[in-house]
Design a protein around this ligand. Structure first.
Ligand code: 3SL
Length: 257
């Protein structure tokens, strides 16, 4: 019987140099709000999402046919950009058939830092069950990369990583302090996640900007089965193999129990 693949948690991009990436799947997590927004854009029919690190690079796409530029710094829409980073901005057909170029404070940077991994995929509560099915199906060593805030630990990405650990660990070898701690955080928060996330520094930042509804939306599980995967520098919708045997859990159902 082959050894199980490993599943681990990197609690901040600042710690990423400690984790070898070759031959690994990296799941980039920025629940509030970058990876949620990316899931929405792909779900809503964007051809691709190009994650860029600098505002200058993003701005260089401004006005190009078929491109939309979006992004934030410290949560605020960047002047001159078409949109900010609220998932609500990308609904109602705005991105259908378009390429979204996105630059955010932490999420797009984390994607760039992970780009040498075997594969990079995007996770948020919105695509939780689809994402976890996808990583289980791949069966490769997997690292859950929390985007954090400017290289610091944050609550919401760690809770999400803990949820992935909790609901998929039977398929993987899980053996690290960060995975253990993340799972405990998830188990402590899952019955009232919004209340828990209200303690986070990024909640306070976003509440100050008046976008509490964004936070509530970003915590809603399983609104899409889109799994954005990085191909040639852009995120596209992964094709789902779905050849898992037996019944797989759904986070939505789990949280209702
Ligand atoms: O840091 C990021 O990548 C953003 O998601 C932050 S914000 O929620 O848009 O402020």
């Amino acid at each position: 019987m082959p050894d199980k693949a490993t599943l681990d948690v990197c609690l901040s991009p600042g710690l990423l140099p400690l984790y070898p990436l070759d031959n690994k799947v990296v799941v980039v997590i920025d629940v509030l709000r970058a990876t949620t927004t990316m899931c929405v854009a792909i779900d809503q029919g964007a051809i691709k999402v190009i994650p860029v690190e600098t505002l200058e690079e993003c701005f260089s796409y401004k006005g190009k046919e078929g491109y939309i530029i979006a992004g934030e710094r410290n949560g605020r829409k960047v002047e001159g950009f078409d949109f900010g980073n609220s998932p609500f901005e990308f609904m109602n057909g705005i991105v259908k058939g378009k390429t979204l170029v996105l630059s955010t404070t932490n999420g797009t940077r984390a994607i760039r830092l992970a780009k040498n991994a075997h594969q990079v995929v995007i996770g948020g509560f919105l695509n939780f069950t689809a994402l976890t099915r996808w990583i289980v199906n791949e069966g490769k060593d997997t690292l859950l990369l929390c985007s954090g805030w400017r290289d610091k630990f944050n609550l919401e990405d760690t809770i999400f990583a803990g949820a992935v650990i909790h609901h998929t660990q039977e398929h993987f070898l899980v053996d690290s302090d960060s995975a253990f701690a993340a799972e405990k955080l998830y188990l402590n928060s899952r019955r009232n996640m919004f209340h828990f996330v209200k303690q986070s520094s990024h909640y306070k930042r976003l509440a100050h900007l008046g976008v509490v509804n964004d936070v509530k939306y970003c915590l809603r599980p399983d609104l899409t089965d889109a799994v954005p995967v990085l191909k040639d520098g852009a995120l596209v919708r992964a094709s789902i193999k779905d050849d898992l045997e037996g019944e797989f859990f759904s986070l939505n159902n789990q949280l209702k129990k």
